[in-house]
Design a protein. Structure first.
Length: 165
């Protein structure tokens, strides 16, 4: 496990998603600096566009001994922010105008104070492992395959192989 690794003291893990997953966001995507003069290759069925606007917001988690505890960033980061952080750390030039103008995630880290998570806290077991009975009860499977099993108040299809015959 990463937190128990001898490399933990020198680790930075950035966990993010590559797409919004069709989720609604009440905040309009901001404009972006075009990375270069290359235009996208669009088919007739594509929505017209360019690389001058970011997409919807996606979650991002920064995991490191140097991560700021309880920090929620209000800086507009994008996927090239990870690249910008690497370029900043090793003092290398940007690949495009896009990453040259991206934020570098340093607001999520604290190198001035002792590392807050050098000795990671003991994390609770995932609830599904600690209490699997709360997540799925095969006795709730419906005789009518069109109905669903209700798990924690949310409808869900029965697991494969548990459908009544």
């Amino acid at each position: 496990m990463l937190l128990e690794s001898p490399c933990w003291a020198h680790t930075l893990l950035v966990w993010t998603y590559d797409k919004c997953g069709s989720s609604y966001d009440h905040v309009a995507p901001p404009p972006a600096v075009k990375p270069d003069d290359v235009e996208p290759v669009l088919e007739d069925w594509h929505v017209a566009g360019s690389y001058d606007q970011l997409g919807f917001r996606v979650p991002c988690v920064v995991v490191s001994p140097y991560a700021r505890p309880d920090h929620v960033s209000s800086i507009n980061h994008d996927h090239t922010s990870v690249l910008r952080l690497i370029e900043t750390k090793w003092n290398i030039g940007a690949l495009t105008a896009g990453d040259a103008n991206a934020s570098n995630l340093l607001d999520c880290l604290d190198f001035e104070s002792p590392p807050a998570f050098l000795h990671p806290p003991t994390l609770p077991r995932p609830a599904i492992e600690a209490h699997p009975e709360h997540f799925y009860d095969p006795t709730m499977a419906s005789r009518d395959k069109a109905e669903t099993v209700e798990v924690l108040g949310h409808p869900a299809s029965p697991r494969p192989g548990t459908e009544p015959s």
